[in-house]
Write a protein of this length. Structure first.
Lengths: 197, 197, 197, 197
């Protein structure tokens, strides 16, 4: 079975998730510059989530590039990933509207943590289908970045009960790790990949 | 007439349905863990509907795979299916916000029942177009699962007036029947298919 | 320039329009069957608009089928059509929430009237591009149905100030004319097409 | 890496942005014609933004037409453009609901200004990838229109603190420049392009 509709459906869901989040930025009823002040944390929260969904779309794009076929397990593994990502508008709004308090940040981290695991399951269901010597297995075999991300999300959840700004820094760090084409990070991850094949 | 745009439009509608449902999960205005308590039934309701829409997308994907062409009747049979599925966000929210009361559960079951019948009509309009010896006729000829699902939904509607949890268990059972690649169910349905060709 | 992205973008917009309309069906806060009563006119209004958008998607699908290329004018003619169609969720909600009163029905008719004209402009910009002997010119040359629809919408707007139910009957009649594969209507339109080529 | 999914994802996001804006046109609770009066500025604001998003889709369509491949930088440059465009529903609503006051108009201009710069970055990341003698470099080399647009947006932001109608006229002028196939403007821009290659 082809991958065309899987990609089209995933693109649709990700495009909607990334766009409806903006509906949570409630339009202020007053017109001076200070009326944007309560919108600011929601905007920052939105920006962080936009980047995170962007990273997932980017990675999904790369992952599917090396894929030749799908099966029932892959379709459901993909649906499972989309389920956790679909909760991001909710957690983003709760976090943004409450100035990054403990429980909202913890829940935000938890959903990212579960999405990270779902991505791992999806990748492995694809490797299982294509075989260990396939392009996708070779490409994903180097995925220490994914495991590190999930681990950092876990630490971020714990830190949210101490200081939410540490959690947010950790979550932003994961985003930066995927976002910035930082040569050092790339090389470091490559080294880890080489020593732990 | 090709099936490309039919698939693209259906993917779009299903992607939007599955994603806007999450907008019904109203963001709480307080920040402690207990403020998530009233969200929980809405979340459970959302999860059930996410899986149901996922099943429909999955089945639609499989159905269209064997299709070579469409006509006016097929386009409208597909639109009819999308109509009932488009009501799921409404019934999901009514059910979730009212802690799975009688009428909301009955209506939820009714919409699933009507969507099941619409799917059956779509499949038969496709079989009618492709002929009885076509791939799609052979593939769908084994669809006892669809008929059983519609029957169970009917029973679930009736039970909602006695005990809604029985209804929800029946609805969840149908989802599980399609979702879990349970060897026994697969075999049983295969046997029914063999004895009633 | 190809037609692929024009179709994809139009499918996306139509899929969203048809689906977000359902968000206007406000979930009742009570759980008895009578709490659905105020939702009923909104539901009927939604159903009418769902069918109308469905007809537009269907016709757009058929129109684009015979198209080989596009240009700037076609892209904007298409955008113009989508603009009027994008207002349907607003007019649908205003009409449904106010029990089909005069002004809401008149505005509903007006938007359909303008969408009908926009469709005509789109078709003619495509015919202009492909030439008078092209497939699309031949196919659309028979479009008396489109002109009749626009005329009926105009009459419906006027009648909304006398009796809105006449307007709604006329609007439903246009939908039925496109929806029902009624042999007599088809033949009559064919005859008109033959006598007025 | 192909451009197919980049186009599909962008089409999806733009289709959603253009359509959810209409949700900000709040349905009036009364039924006389005067109840549409407060909706009018929101409608005008919506129309302006619909045209602006339409222009971006149109330009994106043309830009991608000449593109043969993408890379990580292009994907993020595209995401960056979509980010600013995704804020348009928010700025449109704030501007429309407050009768085109100073700060809302300034913010509206700012988001368009930033989207204009993001488009420029996207185009240059594509030119960098394809080389200076590529089709896309030749096609975009003539883009004085883009630079002029960004400059006018900058002026519009400043004027919003003096008279917002001047700002809106300037913003509408930019839209007209892209929208109307005005021969004079086309020729003037061509002349500028020729003298400043």
């Amino acid at each position: 079975m082809g991958k065309g509709r899987l990609e089209a459906f995933s693109d649709g869901v990700l495009a909607i998730i990334i766009t409806i989040m903006v509906l949570e930025m409630k339009v202020p009823h007053t017109v001076n510059i200070s009326s944007l002040k309560p919108v600011l944390p929601v905007f920052l929260s939105y920006t962080l989530s936009f980047i995170n969904i962007g990273i997932y779309w980017n990675n999904h794009h790369h992952l599917m590039y090396a894929v030749h076929r799908t099966n029932g397990k892959v379709l459901w593994a993909n649906m499972h990933l989309l389920f956790w990502l679909s909760l991001i508008p909710f957690t983003t709004a709760w976090m943004g509207e409450n100035n990054f308090s403990t429980w909202p940040v913890a829940l935000y981290g938890l959903v990212l943590f579960l999405a990270g695991i779902a991505y791992y399951i999806l990748a492995h269901s694809l490797i299982h289908l294509h075989g260990k010597s396939s392009d996708i297995a070779v490409a994903f075999g180097k995925d220490q970045k994914g495991k590190i991300s999930v681990a950092i999300y876990f630490v971020a959840i714990i830190f949210s009960f101490l200081n939410t700004w540490i959690s947010l820094t950790l979550i932003a760090l994961v985003a930066a790790m995927w976002f910035i084409p930082d040569e050092r990070i790339e090389k470091k991850v490559d080294q880890i990949d080489k020593t732990n094949p």
